[in-house]
Write a protein that binds this ligand. Sequence first.
Ligand code: DGJ
Length: 745
Amino acid sequence: MFIKYHSSSKEFHLSNGNISYLMTVLKNGHLGQLYFGKAIRDQEDYSHLLELRPRPMAPCAYKGDLAFSLEHIKQEYPSYGSGDMRDPAFTIEMNNGSRISDFVYQSHVIYQGKKKLEGLPATYVESDEEALTLEITLVDEVAKVEMLLSYTIFKEYDVIARNTKFICHHEDGVKLDRAMSLSLDLPDAAYEMLEFTGAWARERNMKKRKLTHGIQSVYSMRGCSSSNYNPFIILKRENADENQGEVLGFSLVYSGNFLAQVEVDTYEVSRVMLGIHPNNFSWVLNKNESFQTPEALLTYSRNGLNGMSQQLHHLFQKRLARGEYRDQPRPILVNNWEGTYFDFNEEKILNIARTAKKLGIEMFVLDDGWFGKRNDDHSSLGDWYPNLEKLPNGITGLANKITEMGLKFGLWFEPEMTNEDSDLYRAHPDWILSTPNRRVSHGRNQYILDFSRKEVVDSIGDMMEKILSEAPISYVKWDMNRCMSEVYSHDCLPMNQGKVMHQYILGVYALYERLIQKFPHILFESCASGGARFDAGMLYYAPQAWTSDDTDAIERLKIQYGTSYGYPISSMGSHVSAIPNHQTFRNVPLCTRANVAYFGTFGYELDLNKLSEVEQEQVIEQVKWMKEYRNVIQYGDFYRLVSPFEKDGNVTSWMVVSKDKSIALVGYYRTLQHVNLGYVKIPLVGLDPDSLYHVSIHDRNLYGDELMNVGFSVSDAMSGENKEKYNGENGDFQSRIYILKKVVN
Ligand code: DGJ
């Protein structure tokens, strides 16, 4: 691993042996982009990669030089207005109204390790040898603003982490109107863009489009990263598939408004940009104040989409997630939400917990409805003290009883919200985000607390801390159930209102940080009406997230498959729920419900006492199974095999392989049963070609090379004759998990 600066060519080269990232200081002192991709040798001079050519009509910076125009030079962190006509990485407005910038290279430092970001989530190192960082300082002498571009390259992960910091030295201050975390000019446009779109209950469905001239983007202006789009995009070559070919991934470590876009210009340059959405963002910087962007991650793989995903999975598991649970198999839980909704009391909860214990489950999670006077979703958010009518012994009494049974206890909060009918709102009506003299919209009957204000965050934090200190609580589910509107802070100058949405997210991060520092043994699971804040930013505080409010196993195939492109299996909250399913009214067999939920953190979300004895026996087996294999599932290498987004989507398949390749688990899911189908083989990946594996279900010993090169049979050759009666293992919504174990001689 190295970061080199070649003083004669003024070029920077970052490489870890697998990937290279090259930049140069241009003639005008700005930074030019030379290359990002598979590692190339280090050389003094790669300036020919800039391909400077005269282009008619282009504004030229120097007399007598028709080739140097920012209109067509590949740049590192471009601005608009001095020749470049494309979307810029940043915009600074000076006090005189000027919006032209000219940031010129001044100096750089290279050091081992990686610095923390200020109040923001970010990847980290545990020892300085794990990464190298390059910080380049550029200065605009007229605006008197310093810009620090930071690049970290990791030894173990093929990832570059970037962020930008602006420091104002001007007496009059300046205003930032746009400050992206990442801009990258790629030299051609022969890519497909993969994005992860959806809505509530159908998050992160993969969509693919060919890049074309102009801007293609996904974004959120909802105040959270959203279920509609995700702050993660992929560019892949057309011929790249899951296991081979060139793939680039771009992930933003941030949970608020974002923009992820690719602009293809008329010279076939693809400008990728990722950062806070500029709409409703502006940041006034007074003298000596600074602004740091969130971190953006770029990853590159020649091993297809699986190769790219695995880089992010491992980085997120090991050097983004933190805390005691980072490397631990996640507890198998039962959550009462779909089991009881708001209709519970202590006895009902204890009855579910007793059964949970009997079935081998490890944790009980009490969801919404335990606080204030909350019996439906019209009241009490913000009143974080127990509803004594439902829970006469309070949370402490209940939690003690549950922990005495030998179960862990977890609790739901929605810290960022309040209802009009709450003690909190009655005491502090100005604590919500709302614009003066305008109607304020509600969402699920609730309003958003102004987390850009420290006093608001502190006061919610105090209430939460009290509960968490008094009761034996091992897990917190942090929910957030509406998008923002009429954003305006009542404690902020008019000129600073453009800061509010970002400051809100900083407030969320600050409260998370306070709680994880104070309660390091608590496992946090983030949630936002399911997966509306499933992003890399959240994983820094909460190593797992509720993937979706859609608990139907068949719907979950797409949701979990789509989520796996950018996020590890250990981060995906996935539960077995009751049938008919509460979102789709579908009746999926219990084994398939578990076979899907295993590929996540695993748990149950139903009233266990409503299961028949036979079903309870099945649950006992499922829990045992998960305890045996969760380490492989949550920390092995995950591969997507057959996509529900391709062809007719009837079959989905994925697998995990343990790090030592001794165990592999293949999940095979078939939505509808067709009759008399053709033969089907699925080629596996990631096995040791020379090892013999025992394949369950087939009950055969097969070598890794056969399993990977020939594939293994999953033919569903049911002929539909009556002799093959429905036996619970055929018909619609079926699935199988094949267990492959290395045969030890
Ligand atoms: C939305 C979450 O996604 C659900 O799991 C549940 O916690 C409800 N909120 C409770 O209001």
